[in-house]
Design a protein around this ligand. Structure first.
Ligand SMILES: [Cu+2]
Length: 148
């Protein structure tokens, strides 16, 4: 007498469990359809820094003793907007520019105490940052900017 009762009870439990699974499956598929909306939120958030002028901001300086050199030969930045700001503590006028890969842009040439800034939009690759004052790049006032 007990055995059949347990079997019926067990079968009913299994049926309820299956129904529960089916309901759960349909509700999870509806939550999956809301995923694109959730995914668009990070995308909007990531566009905010770009519109606010974020990007790579690199700071360098000219050699303070008057050597035709920057204080670094290598810079690295993330792809996108890249700004290089060069302080000039040198008695010689200097500036900063970026070239390579079709890019060729220079900032102002500034005297001692000034800053030269150049902003470019770069894809991944290697570029050259240099001083646009005639003769300075040739004398070694340049370096490699690696964009990733
Ligand atoms: Cu220079």
């Amino acid at each position: 007498m007990r055995m059949p009762t347990l079997l019926v009870f067990g079968a009913a439990t299994a049926a309820i469990a299956l129904a529960g699974c089916g309901g759960g499956g349909s509700s999870s598929s509806s939550s999956a359809s809301s995923t694109p909306a959730a995914a668009s939120t990070p995308a909007a958030a990531s566009s905010t820094p770009a519109s606010s002028g974020a990007g790579s901001n690199l700071k360098i300086s000219a050699d303070p003793s008057g050597q035709l050199a920057f204080n670094t030969k290598t810079l690295s930045a993330k792809a996108g907007s890249v700004t290089i700001t060069m302080a000039n503590p040198s008695p010689i006028a200097h500036g900063v520019g970026v070239k390579g890969g079709g890019v060729d842009k220079v900032g102002a040439t500034v005297n001692k105490g000034g800053t030269s800034t150049v902003t470019v939009t770069l894809k991944a690759g290697k570029y050259t940052f240099f001083c646009p004052v005639p003769g300075h790049e040739q004398a070694g006032m340049k370096g490699t900017l690696t964009v990733q």
